[in-house]
Design a protein. Sequence first.
Length: 347
Amino acid sequence: MPETGAPDSEKGVVWTEDAQALLKKVPFFIRKNVEKEAEEYARQNSSGKVDAGVIARIKSLKTDRLEESGAPVESSQAESAPASPSLPSSSGSGNKRTSSPPETPGEEPQTTSRSASAKLGEGDSSGSSFSLSRDFSSFSLFRLDPAWRKLHPTEIGHGKREFHEIVKSYSNQIAVYSYCLVGLHGSGDLLLWRTGTSLEVLQEMTGKMLSTFFGRYLLTEKNYMGYLTQQNSRSLFTPSKSRFIHVKPVVMTREWHQLAPFIREVIEQESRDIASRYPGVRLTTMASYGLDESDYVMILESDSPELLVQFNDAFQGAQIYRYIDDSQRGITAISRSMSDILDLLGG
């Protein structure tokens, strides 16, 4: 996107500040097309300027085309306040592959204005039927080879820049959030939470990151895969702005799936009641069964590490914990920018 008020040297198009701000709210998967069509519109009308009105007009046309083709459409109004997606109701068969996943504690009760199946998303759920889109999500935990710190500063500087550029190059396709474990957890140093609509793109990005000079010194210690289900009326799921994150894979025992649905509902309600006592903790659940070894990934975000400890302690006392394989341990990390993390990794 051109700098504010400055014409593109090749296209002779000027972008106003309000146009740039509005473009950032356009769903990422049509943003580039909207930008190109806006500049083309400005040239054809001899104005040479893209203002908010042009962006709104182009976005409206693109949205109409997506709705006519049946593709998922995101709402820019929901972009500023994404909600933690809840897991579906546990009613149905006890078979692990066909039953709906159990609801993990911590989700806020849904209002009656939302359909039971619509509680996975943010936004208006008017109408009895709607299509669902899914955000595939990946947590990748990397450990840095100590040999990295012994390299020449010039090589280290080049490696950092190259790696950072690869991450930034995917910003229009994948939402990337970085966390640092240096001094916190012995299993790794860098945690990346990446969310997108394509597993292929996630895989391609990983390959390019590991092919960089810095990537040669990264060892993948853990990788959690899953999806966040959402309504097509809201934007791509985004984490909160919390300082701390705790990620824990959840494996349900066979006994859980053999329980009657009404018994599971009673147990889940107890968990929700416990979670409601911790408004300072945001819980997100990522469904993993069929993509990864775990059934779900439990994601806790908070500005207070003490609250994370208290939440997990209370969670262990819930009845649902009896049906969770406790061999899977979680990891805690601190939210930091990629440049800050690369500096903390030394060299």
